[in-house]
Design a protein around this ligand. Structure first.
Ligand SMILES: C[S@@+](CC[C@H](N)C(=O)[O-])C[C@H]1O[C@@H](n2cnc3c(N)ncnc32)[C@H](O)[C@@H]1O
Length: 290
């Protein structure tokens, strides 16, 4: 019996469970420890891949656990959950980093690892997460294991971008072993990803569904009210290539939200240029970052 007793997980070996050659498989110890901790009556696995969860379930004495994947004919996008349960473990593709059509040897248009815009992937994942949540018995749990992805200079935090259904009861960080990045030496500021997230959501109400999602949007700095004058002036100096005159700062910040709320905004700018530690005078009426 190996209950989870820390929010940091580290399993250097994956155990004897499932197909160790199945790309993107997870350690069976994660599923074993989840089962030992939550002791579900009925265990369902979504995105079961190479059979890791099924082997753990059999070892733990679950004769009727259910393991769902395109591999065995169940499509998360179109098929209903075949049963309700008090525990679902899911391990979706991490966006398109592994092409599971190739792993399966057969293309499927609903495979979540297909090349698609990231926003479409998140939308599909949300659909599956909602389906899983709705299928839970009251007080049931959904544990999802998922990693972050870096592609073409962008960092995608799937766990942050996906919609959360239910009450988050645990957020565990799992150390990731045997990644391609792990054995390389990188120059500069690159830090390889060597962790995954294991989130546990619980259903605590029959009718009310707690939903949390991230909103992506941009605001012009000049439209913000809590920005400081020093930050606004710094932006002007940066935009102008390192040196700005007082007149240029006035012109650039005329009409910004803070100026609209301050009759004496020009005096405020002069005061800031003189007193703030951000700036230095390079010649009369011309300023640079200190
Ligand atoms: C990260 S792998 C799961 C690995 C598994 N935990 C293991 O240890 O072998 C993700 C799985 O999602 C499956 N998958 C992708 N899209 C799917 C869909 N629409 N419906 C069902 N399964 C899907 C893939 O076939 C793949 O097996």
């Amino acid at each position: 019996m190996t209950k989870l007793n820390s929010s940091i997980l580290s399993y250097p070996s994956r155990g004897k469970y499932g197909d160790s050659k199945y790309r993107g498989n997870c350690s069976g110890f994660v599923i074993r420890d989840l089962i030992d901790t939550f002791k579900p009556k009925k265990f369902v696995e979504v995105f079961s891949g190479g059979g890791t969860g099924k082997d753990v379930a059999r070892e733990k004495g679950y004769a009727n656990s259910i393991h769902l994947d395109l591999n065995n004919g169940w499509d998360a996008m179109t098929d209903a959950m075949p049963t309700s349960s008090d525990f679902v473990f899911s391990h979706p593709p991490y966006f398109d980093i592994i092409d599971y059509n190739k792993v399966r040897g057969e293309y499927n248009q609903d495979d979540l690892s297909n090349k698609m815009p990231y926003a479409d992937f998140i939308q599909k994942l949300d659909q599956v997460n909602e389906k899983i949540y709705n299928s839970l018995e009251n007080l049931g749990r959904h544990a999802i294991l998922i990693g972050d992805v870096r592609q073409q200079g962008h960092y995608f935090s799937i766990v942050k971008d996906m919609t959360w259904f239910g009450d988050l009861t645990n957020h565990l960080i799992k150390e990731q072993f045997n990644t391609q990045c792990a054995h390389k030496q990188y120059n500069g500021t690159f830090i390889p990803i060597s962790h995954e997230h294991l989130l546990v959501f619980q259903k605590n109400q029959i009718w009310e569904v707690p939903i949390k999602f991230t909103k992506d949007f941009k605001r012009d700095l000049r439209a913000l009210i809590n920005v400081t004058w020093a930050d606004l002036i710094k932006a002007v100096v940066e935009e102008l290539g390192g040196t700005a005159s007082l007149q240029q700062v006035y012109i650039k910040l005329n009409g910004c939200r803070k100026a609209d709320h301050n009759q004496n905004w020009q005096a405020k700018i002069r005061q800031e240029l003189r007193n703030s530690g951000y700036f230095k005078t390079v010649s009369r009426g011309n300023y640079q970052l200190a």
